[in-house]
Design a protein around this ligand. Sequence first.
Ligand SMILES: NC(=O)c1ccc[n+]([C@@H]2O[C@H](COP(=O)([O-])OP(=O)(O)OC[C@H]3O[C@@H](n4cnc5c(N)ncnc54)[C@H](OP(=O)(O)O)[C@@H]3O)[C@@H](O)[C@H]2O)c1
Length: 276
Amino acid sequence: MEIPSVTLASGFSLPLVGLGTYDMLGMPCAHAVSHALGAGYRLLDTASRYSNERSVGMGIEESGIDRADVVVQTKLGGGDQGFDEAINAAKDSARRLGVAYLDVYLIHWPCPSLGKMVESWKALLTLAEEGFIRVPGVSNFKAHHLQALYDETGKWPELNQIQCSPALARDGLREFMQHNGIHAQAWHPTGRKEGMLADAVVIRLARKYGKSPTQIALRWSVQQGIGVVPKSAHKGRQLENADLFDFELTEADVTDLASLDRGEKAARDSDVEEEF
Ligand SMILES: NC(=O)c1ccc[n+]([C@@H]2O[C@H](COP(=O)([O-])OP(=O)(O)OC[C@H]3O[C@@H](n4cnc5c(N)ncnc54)[C@H](OP(=O)(O)O)[C@@H]3O)[C@@H](O)[C@H]2O)c1
């Protein structure tokens, strides 16, 4: 299975589909990661707060795939924000993952009440200069958080991982990101918590293309160049979630799916919600 990639602002090649790993722990997590890599996935998304970096690392080893061929993406927790803290946290994550460098390192949540997002961002830029991380990025950042990083450092993140699916299209934020060369990667890309997979439009399109409702949701993203990191512990579903590149939604389909968008207010509010 060949998964296409997008080229980030720096030229880094990032697969459009990766494996999410939230809620997977221990050996089942390692086996799921190993299976996904064996099936052709080359991007793994984890975070220090998922408490599974060790298992993800074991999965890479179990797969027998060369580490250099895997994009390892993890995140800085809110409790580790700050310049020195972020440097140390990145090294700790790499140690748990059993890798010598991180491909993508994201500030997990802006956590504005801490007032440390700029210091943390400077640490990620330093880590990138030193070659310890390949791609410095963020997650759950709104336009004004991104702007604050740019204003203080003159550098936009290359990537912002955001809650996004046809049910939460985030048009305004994505437009701002596109304008500034920031790649959008979607978390919870299947939109199942928003109940959209039972929507009549999604069911009709699934029948039309002989695909599952989940594949319709994921295709909506990748067709627009939005990366996705669906999580599945099941082998068959991992294959299904990457099998998105043999059909194309028409403009009319995309217009129909726009009716599902619940609007920006329905997304988790990273000015209010903070995860540590
Ligand atoms: N940056 C952030 O703040 C943030 C927040 C949340 C998540 N994330 C990342 O994004 C990843 C994905 O988000 P998510 O886990 O919330 O949502 P998701 O990937 O959209 O949905 C995962 C859920 O859907 C099920 N599922 C997946 N594919 C399926 C399929 N083809 N058919 C039926 N069920 C399917 C999974 O169950 P099974 O495992 O049983 O298949 C799991 O319960 C996470 O794992 C994590 O890596 C990041």
